[in-house]
Design a protein around this ligand. Structure first.
Ligand code: URA
Ligand code: SF4
Length: 263
């Protein structure tokens, strides 16, 4: 009999233990069942047609809070503003005017020659038509707030430039934030494009409400355009009527057609 060393005895014990464990596993006793083989994760099937991405919620407007706490303060800051080259050619700044708690704001493009001379918005020929539009809605001029995208007149009434709009629009946004109107009516393509930051033709944008910083925004035609194109006064009036409905203002009754009897 050969003497066996402790190492080979230990190896025997380990072999026996492995055999026993194997038998126990094969007997499938509860608790000793071999772990179910985990299926390898299948690679995700690529859909034949990429499904349309769900509509993204509008990005929240993250902006530093306005440093101004009143409309007078904004007008004061505007009166000495030199943020864009228009300061050099203006006579007066035209910050805007109207009711502090206006439910409705009209926003035009920029002061013209009359506005620059007087420092008040919409006081020339276009302003007279705007006054009629406001009156037609059953409102008075001092019940609404009237402002422009630019607070200084572009020389020769040329179109506002993007860098001028970018420099000036914080004043208007601060005015809107203080007034918090229910409805903003943007007059013409320049005002509408600057506010909505999209450049579709005004004929496509007008006549429906957009969401704008907590207000509803209705683009319509500019009164200067309506002076040149009277045929478009009818659709513009429809836009204003939509605003009246939203504000709960009474719509004027349609004028009855004359009949034979009362002719
Ligand atoms: N046109 C505008 O856009 N704004 C005014 O104030 C006057 C005319
Ligand atoms: Fe300032 Fe606006 Fe006048 Fe430019 S247009 S100088 S940004 S107030």
């Amino acid at each position: 009999m050969s003497a066996r060393g402790p190492q080979s005895q230990a190896a025997d014990i380990a072999r026996q233990a492995r055999e026993l464990l194997g038998q126990v596993r094969e007997s499938r006793w509860p608790g000793f069942a071999p772990p179910a083989k985990q299926a390898a994760p299948k690679p995700a099937l690529r859909p034949a047609h990429k499904p349309a991405a769900p509509p993204r919620p509008p990005a929240p407007v993250i902006e530093a809070p306005s440093p101004w706490s009143s409309l007078e303060q904004i007008a004061q800051v505007v009166s000495t503003c030199t943020k864009c080259p228009l300061h050099a050619t203006r006579t007066h700044t035209v910050p805007g005017e109207g009711a502090v708690k206006a439910r409705l704001m009209f926003i035009g493009e920029a002061p013209g020659v009359d506005e620059d001379r007087l420092g008040r918005p919409f006081v020339g020929a276009a302003g007279q038509l705007l006054d009629k539009m406001i009156k037609g809605m059953g409102l008075a001029r001092d019940q609404v707030f009237i402002a422009n995208i630019l607070k200084c007149r572009p020389p020769g009434n040329r179109d506002p430039q993007d860098d001028e709009v970018a420099a000036c629009i914080p004043y208007l946004r601060a005015q809107i934030a203080l007034i918090r109107p229910e409805v903003i009516c943007s007059l013409g393509r320049h005002a509408t494009h600057a506010l909505l930051e999209r450049k579709d033709p005004i004929g496509k944008l007008r006549g429906r409400f957009f969401e704008y910083r907590g207000s509803r925004l209705m683009p319509t035609f500019h009164p200067s355009y309506l002076l040149r194109t009277p045929a478009d006064r009818k659709p513009a009036w429809k836009d204003l009527q939509q605003i009246m409905v939203l504000l709960g203002l009474p719509l004027p009754l349609p004028t009855p057609r004359p009949t034979e009897e009362n002719n």
